[in-house]
Design a protein around this ligand. Structure first.
Ligand code: ATP
Ligand code: MG
Length: 447
């Protein structure tokens, strides 16, 4: 991608109305633009990150056996009357009428809709268990939209829903999602602790919130410091063989986090004092197992093996996909800007040509861009007619993992300067070794 033909409206000054660093940096780096209170347009660079976050969420959901579908944003009020939530939900729900005066709403969540779909499609125990998910925009008319995309009114969520014949199977679906969540957040370079949560109006008895540790977070969390060292993606646990609830419970048993020390004293007492920590964090996911709350209210029955009719047990599992972008920036930035983890960076490499007016430099830069792209790397090539200092500052601000700089001296020697954003380390390397190294390694980290 040539920066001279891109849309990247970066800002030097910190916008006065943005209180937290992720919001400031998202505006300054040209990722989003507010179009109304709590509603954002995703600019080209921001959309690339949003797509990469969604792709990781999708990959981990698929790996955990969940099945993707796509439900609409607009729902009918009648659907919500079936569960009794139409009146209960309150002013966070955006309600309106269509031209035939039918009452409609912009979905704040999808329990009712998925329950109706599953109820109408499934008759037999053979069709269970199933976990279905989608990644779709939600609208909640939050009282105080703030912190940019962290608490927006329109936001992107992954929501999954599980259907099981009995309690043990339902818990298995729940813990499968719990592991998928830990793997998802870790794959984005985040440390998230699962915090036992109160179930509140959604009902049920098993619930966890996933909290990314950050000083600006809205939640206080007490947690076991073991969370800082675990590696969920390298744990050998295989979903395919995971028919064993006890194996899941063993995996999670020694870990504990809560909103306050008295929340579950018994479990917290098992954590040795030196491992007890507390801090603030951002809620990036929330999972519930609520049994028959919706399936019973909405008349879902499935025939069991013995011919009897069973009301399936359900869980719901949300990830704040757009909020995650803010959380990732809160956890990964410095005074100069964002430091994207490689897994979600909008481009792998920023390529700076210091002298676009020099024919040899321009040819070398275009040639290198083509070679890097052929090696499977995404490249944002700053070919603008601008000062070097401005180009370096832009690259630092937008936080691409690597900056490769070409100038007249390097062109003569066939070398470039490679800088790693996370550490600031710089290295002179030959063009050949850069391209060869990239072609054979999966991550740029191998350089
Ligand atoms: P919160 O307590 O932050 O309002 P919630 O309990 O209402 O969250 P859920 O209904 O469980 O959230 O939604 C699932 C996920 O969606 C949350 O964990 C969060 O990451 C995200 N989310 C919820 N509300 C918003 C919002 N207004 N803006 C952005 N993301 C949100
Ligand atoms: Mg909320």
């Amino acid at each position: 991608m040539l920066l001279s033909r891109y849309l990247l409206p970066v800002m030097k000054e910190t916008p006065a109305d943005a209180q937290i660093v992720s919001h400031q940096l998202m505006l300054r780096a040209g990722l989003v633009r507010q179009t109304a209170a709590g509603i954002y347009a995703w600019l080209p660079l921001g959309l690339r990150v949003l797509d990469r976050i969604s792709a990781i969420v999708r990959r981990e959901q698929d790996r955990a056996g969940a099945i993707e579908l796509l439900m609409p944003t607009i729902q009918s009020a009648d659907l919500w009357r079936q569960s009794g939530r139409y009146d209960a939900y309150g002013p966070e729900m955006l309600r309106f009428q269509d031209r035939g005066q039918r009452e409609m709403l912009y979905g704040p969540t999808n329990e009712e809709m998925i329950t109706a779909i599953f109820r109408d499609c499934v008759r037999s125990y053979r069709d269970l268990p199933r976990t279905l998910y989608h990644i779709q925009w939600k609208f909640r008319d939050e009282v105080r939209p703030r912190f940019g995309v962290m608490r927006g009114r329109e936001f992107l969520m992954k929501d999954a829903y599980s259907f099981d014949m009995d309690e043990a199977s339902g818990q298995l679906s729940y813990y499968t999602q719990m592991l998928a969540y830990l793997r998802t957040f870790e794959a984005m370079g985040l440390r998230a602790v699962p915090m036992r949560a109160a179930t509140g109006p959604i009902g049920g008895n098993l619930s966890h919130e996933f909290i990314v540790l950050a000083d600006t977070g809205e939640s206080e969390v007490y947690y076991d410091s073991d969370y800082e060292h675990l590696n969920w993606n390298q744990s050998a646990f295989d979903y395919g063989n995971a028919q064993d609830l006890d194996a899941f419970k063993r995996m999670f048993s020694h870990m504990y986090a809560a909103t306050d020390e008295t929340h579950d004293l018994r479990a917290w007492e098992q954590v040795p004092d030196e491992r007890k920590k507390n801090g603030r964090g951002i809620e990036v996911g929330h999972i519930f197992f609520f049994g028959t709350k919706y399936s019973a209210a909405m008349g879902m029955h499935v025939q069991a093996k013995d011919g009897s009719l069973v009301t399936p047990l359900m869980g719901s599992y949300g990830v704040g996909v757009s909020r995650l972008m803010g959380a990732i920036i809160e956890a990964n930035h410095d005074a100069n800007g964002i430091i994207w983890p490689e897994a979600v960076a909008p481009f792998d490499i920023g390529l700076i040509n210091l002298r676009p007016d020099d024919a040899a430099c321009a040819a070398a830069a275009h040639d290198l861009q083509a070679k890097l792209e052929a090696a499977g790397r995404s490249v944002l090539h700053d070919d603008r007619d601008a000062r070097g200092g401005e180009k370096f500052a832009t690259m630092d601000l937008i936080g691409l993992p690597w900056t490769v700089t070409i100038g007249p001296k390097g062109v003569a020697a066939r070398t470039v300067e490679v800088k790693r954003r996370a550490t600031g380390e710089k290295q002179e390397v030959s063009v050949e070794s850069l391209v060869a190294g990239l072609a054979k390694s999966d991550t740029m980290g191998a350089l």
